[in-house]
Design a protein around this ligand. Structure first.
Ligand SMILES: C[S@@+](CC[C@H](N)C(=O)[O-])C[C@H]1O[C@@H](n2cnc3c(N)ncnc32)[C@H](O)[C@@H]1O
Length: 303
């Protein structure tokens, strides 16, 4: 199997289309100002801006999409050649933290998007930096935040399946990138607290599970679009994450991977990942400190 990340992101688009929480998505649509200035971080190959244009969410906007992998941004440039004239797109291969540092004092954004991204970050440390780029009252849309369930069906061995799921999630919790913590296998549920602690207001939240399965009317693979590749990539990601893991019998794990690959070939594998979407507002720093003061005043009155 060729491990091709831009192809994986392209294959993921139809899976995400089905998964995105419709209530959260419509709440974003209702609150989006006309001609918004949008920043998308970890934008990959640009499938979110495509989706927003295809669904006529935005007809006139300035859209900045960044990703730290030059290969992804190069693919986005190839995909996004024919844009409506009202869309002004800026694509840049740059690390998020370098971008935020460079942009301090620049015009802030109306909407910040992070799609299938925040669960790779140290969220409490990252949110204040992200919100520093929003206007007071600006919107955030944080979608596809992984939330602690990876299900592969049919069962191969209930005990081994559960152990592999648990160890796979542990690799997310323990991941470090450049020495920084960079992952949380329960990001979705933790976001309720992290957003509140960062002073943000949630307008809507809901489940956005990936559910991938084969259908008898789709030939030859059974899976829609390029979702067979999507599944192969997911199984290979688990393979790489847990290869030679000291808690696993390596031969048994390799056999488990082969069986999962065979299930994909046979159109039998069902994959479910539990995730959550959020849309909300960041009231701004002053608003937050005001809220803090009124809380202190109320507390004093209680005594
Ligand atoms: C799971 S992918 C999701 C990509 C895209 N949002 C999508 O769903 O198709 C996460 C993306 O974040 C990017 N990324 C990871 N760390 C980053 C950082 N520090 N700065 C900018 N981009 C980053 C990766 O290159 C990758 O494209």
């Amino acid at each position: 199997m060729i491990y091709d990340f831009p192809r994986y992101l392209a294959a993921k688009k139809t899976v995400d289309d089905r998964a995105l929480n419709a209530h959260v998505w419509q709440t974003l649509r209702q609150h989006l100002p006309p001609q918004p200035a949008i920043l998308e971080i970890g934008a990959g190959i640009g499938t979110m801006v495509e989706r927003l244009i295809e669904q006529r969410f935005i007809t006139s906007a300035s859209y900045t999409a960044i990703d730290n992998q030059a290969e992804n941004i190069a693919t986005a440039r190839q995909r996004l050649t024919h844009l409506p004239s009202g869309i002004h797109l800026t694509l840049e291969a740059i690390d998020l933290f370098a971008f935020i540092e460079r942009e301090q004092g620049q015009r802030p954004y109306d909407l910040l998007i992070a799609h299938a991204f925040l669960d790779l970050m140290d969220i409490p440390a990252t949110l204040p930096l992200l919100f520093s780029r929003l206007k007071p009252g600006g919107l955030f849309y944080f979608s596809i935040n992984f939330d602690g369930v990876t299900t592969l069906e049919p069962t191969i061995d209930p005990i081994l399946d559960a152990q592999i799921e648990q160890l796979y999630h542990q690799t997310m919790d323990e991941r470090l990138t450049g020495g920084r913590p960079s992952g949380d296998s329960r990001s979705g549920r933790h976001l309720f607290t992290h957003l509140r602690q960062a002073g943000a207001h949630i307008l809507a939240a809901g489940g956005s599970d990936w559910v991938v399965f084969a259908k008898p009317d789709i030939h030859p693979a059974g899976y829609p679009a390029d979702e067979k590749y999507f599944l192969q990539f997911i199984v290979e990601t688990m393979h790489r994450a847990l290869a030679e893991h000291p808690a696993l019998d390596n031969a048994q794990f390799e056999d488990w991977i082969r069986q999962r690959q065979a299930q994909i070939e046979a159109g039998e594998l069902v994959y479910i990942a539990h995730q959550l979407d959020f849309v909300g507002r960041w009231p701004g720093k002053d608003f937050k400190s005001l809220q803090g003061n009124s809380f202190i005043i109320r507390e004093k009155q209680d005594f």
